[in-house]
Design a protein around this ligand. Structure first.
Ligand SMILES: [Zn+2]
Length: 488
C-alpha cells in the first residue's frame, strides 16, 4: 500500500477518535431534588441592606486614618436588627472592630464550618461621584435595586447570612455542628486585624474547620466566553500576590557626558525583558474548569476541550488572546510603579520599579526571583520581594469533599439546575487567612453577575437587585441547614 494512503488512513482514524470523544461530552449536572426554601420578606431584607450601606465603614490605606465610629455604630445596628440571632449566638469582638459569632451545635464530634465576610468597604473616589446614579452612602432603594458602596462587596453577604440566621433561630433551628460567622474589619487593605487575627484566635483555641465559605465565585452570566447559559463558578483557590522591587544604581553626574545606559535605561531594559518573556503557561487547572462545562460550548470549542491530549497548544493560544483567560493559565506580572531621576540634566543615582506578580499555585516567591534572574540576567538589576506586599501562597481546595458537593447541591436547589465548576480566583480575599485552620476554603457569592456588574464592585453604581438579595437569604438559609446537619 502506498505510504500516503497509510498516512491518510491514520489521520482519518485520529479524526474519528477525536470526533467520538467530542460526542461523548455531556453534562455533569445531577438534578437536584425539590426542596422547601425559606420564604423571604424581600422588602424587609432590602431595607436592612439599605440601612447597612449608610454606615461609612470605609477602609483607609492605613489603620490610623480609618474612622472606627461607623464600625461601632454598624455593630450596634446589627445587634438591634437581629435580636434572635444575638440571643442564640455568642458574639465576641476581635481587635475591637471585627466580629466573631459562634452558633453552638448539638454534636461536638463534628468539625465546625465558618462563613467569612467583611464589614469594611472601599472608599468612593470624589471624582467619580457625579457619575453615580445614587448617593453611594445614602442606601437608596429604587428601580428594583439597592444602591451604594458595599451592595455587592459585601454588606449584601452579611445581610443575607444574618437575615437567614435570624429566621432559622426564630424557628427554633439548632445546627448539629458548630457554625462560626467571621466579619473582618479590614479585608480591603490586608485582613491583618480582621480575618488574620480571627484565624489566629481559632488556631490558638485548637479549632479546625471542616470548611470555610467566603466571597468570590458567583453565578456567571456571560463571564465565560462562548457560554450563554448561567454557570455557578466556585472559587477553590486564590492566586498568590507578590510584588517585587527592582532597583538599579548609577553614578550621579552631569548628563552631558553620560554612560551608554543610565540607571533608568538599565531598569527599562529589565522591564522590557520581563514583558517579552512571560511565565510558561500551565493551563491544567483552567482546563479542568472548562472540561466540567465543556458541553455548554459550541461544537468547535467542545472538540478542542475533548481532545486536549492533542490540541492543548491550540487551546493555550486561544486562552492567551484575552487578558482574563490568560490570567487563568499563567503567573502574570505587571510593572505598576516606576521612579527615578530628579532633573533632566542630572544622571539618576537610582531608579526603581514595582512589578506585581499574581502566582498560579505551584509558583512561589523563590520561583518569581529565579524567573527574574534568568530573564533579566543583569547583575546591575537588584530584585527583592516587597515583604509588605506579598501574601500567600494559597492552597487549592479539593472538590471531592462532602462540603463542596453539598455546596454545589444547594446552589442548584436554590438557583435551579445550573452547571457548576471550580475555578481559581484572580484576586485576594480574607479566605487565605483561614488556611491554617481549614483545608477546604470555598469562594461563592450566591448571586448572578454579568460582566457589567463586576465593574460595579469597587466602581461606580454598585448595586444589587432586591430579588437577588432575597435569593442570597434563601441560599444561606438552605446551606446553613445542609452544612449544619450533614455529617462530614
Ligand atoms: Zn470583598
Amino acid at each position: 500500500m502506498p505510504y500516503f494512503l497509510i498516512i491518510i488512513g491514520f489521520v482519518l482514524l485520529v479524526l474519528l477518535v477525536m470526533l467520538f470523544r467530542t460526542l461523548q461530552v455531556s453534562g455533569n449536572t445531577p438534578m437536584s431534588s425539590t426542596t422547601d426554601l425559606l420564604t423571604v420578606d424581600s422588602k424587609k431584607t432590602a431595607e436592612h441592606l439599605a440601612e447597612a450601606i449608610r454606615f461609612k465603614t470605609i477602609s483607609k490605606l492605613s489603620m490610623d486614618e480609618t474612622d472606627f465610629k461607623p464600625f461601632k455604630n454598624y455593630h450596634q445596628w446589627l445587634e438591634k436588627t437581629y435580636p434572635k440571632l444575638h440571643a442564640v449566638l455568642k458574639k465576641e469582638s476581635v481587635n475591637q472592630h471585627s466580629l466573631l459569632y459562634y452558633w453552638k451545635g448539638t454534636n461536638a464530634g463534628l468539625k465546625p464550618v465558618l462563613f467569612a465576610g467583611h464589614l469594611d468597604v472601599v472608599p468612593v473616589e470624589e471624582v467619580t461621584l457625579s457619575a453615580w446614579h445614587a448617593d453611594p452612602f445614602k442606601g437608596e432603594i429604587k428601580q428594583g435595586f439597592i444602591w451604594g458602596r458595599g451592595a455587592l462587596d459585601m454588606k449584601n453577604h452579611t445581610i443575607g447570612m444574618f437575615d437567614a440566621v435570624e429566621t432559622l433561630a426564630a424557628s427554633g433551628f439548632q445546627p448539629k455542628r458548630d457554625i462560626y460567622f467571621a466579619l473582618g474589619q479590614d479585608e480591603e487593605i490586608s485582613g491583618k486585624d480582621g480575618a488574620k487575627s480571627i484565624a489566629a484566635l481559632l488556631k490558638k483555641r485548637g479549632i479546625q474547620l471542616a470548611a470555610v465559605l467566603d466571597e468570590g465565585g458567583m453565578i456567571s452570566h456571560g463571564l465565560v466566553p462562548g457560554v450563554e447559559t448561567p454557570v455557578a463558578l466556585i472559587g477553590v483557590g486564590e492566586k498568590e500576590y507578590v510584588t517585587v522591587n527592582l532597583t538599579t544604581k548609577g553614578t550621579p553626574g552631569h548628563s552631558s557626558n553620560p554612560p551608554r545606559q543610565t540607571a533608568i535605561g538599565v531598569l527599562a531594559r529589565a522591564i522590557a525583558l520581563l514583558d517579552d518573556n512571560p511565565f510558561e503557561a500551565r493551563p491544567e487547572l483552567a482546563i479542568e474548569t472548562l472540561k466540567r462545562i465543556a458541553y455548554l460550548f459550541p461544537f468547535s470549542t467542545r472538540f478542542v476541550l475533548a481532545n486536549t491530549w492533542l490540541l492543548k497548544p491550540a487551546l493555550v493560544k486561544q486562552l492567551e488572546k484575552r487578558v482574563q483567560t490568560n490570567a487563568l493559565i499563567r503567573t502574570t506580572h505587571a510593572a505598576t510603579v516606576i521612579k527615578g531621576g530628579i532633573k533632566d540634566n542630572i544622571l539618576p543615582a537610582e531608579a526603581c520599579a514595582k512589578i506585581n506578580f499574581r502566582l498560579l499555585p505551584g509558583d512561589s516567591q523563590e520561583t518569581v526571583l529565579q524567573h527574574i534572574r534568568k530573564v533579566v540576567d543583569d547583575p546591575r538589576v537588584e530584585a527583592a520581594i516587597d515583604v509588605a506586599d506579598a501574601w500567600g501562597p494559597s492552597k487549592v481546595s479539593t472538590i471531592n469533599t462532602p462540603a463542596y458537593k453539598t455546596l454545589e447541591l444547594v446552589i442548584r436547589q436554590v438557583f435551579g439546575d445550573i452547571p457548576a465548576a471550580p475555578y481559581l480566583l484572580m484576586f485576594a480575599t480574607d479566605a487565605r487567612h483561614y488556611q491554617e485552620v481549614s483545608e477546604q476554603l470555598y469562594h461563592f457569592s450566591p448571586l448572578s453577575m454579568e460582566t457589567e456588574d463586576m465593574g460595579r464592585m469597587h466602581g461606580i453604581d454598585e448595586r444589587i437587585s432586591v430579588d437577588a438579595l432575597a435569593g442570597m437569604v434563601k441560599f444561606y438559609a438552605r446551606l446553613l441547614k445542609v452544612w449544619g446537619e450533614a455529617e462530614f
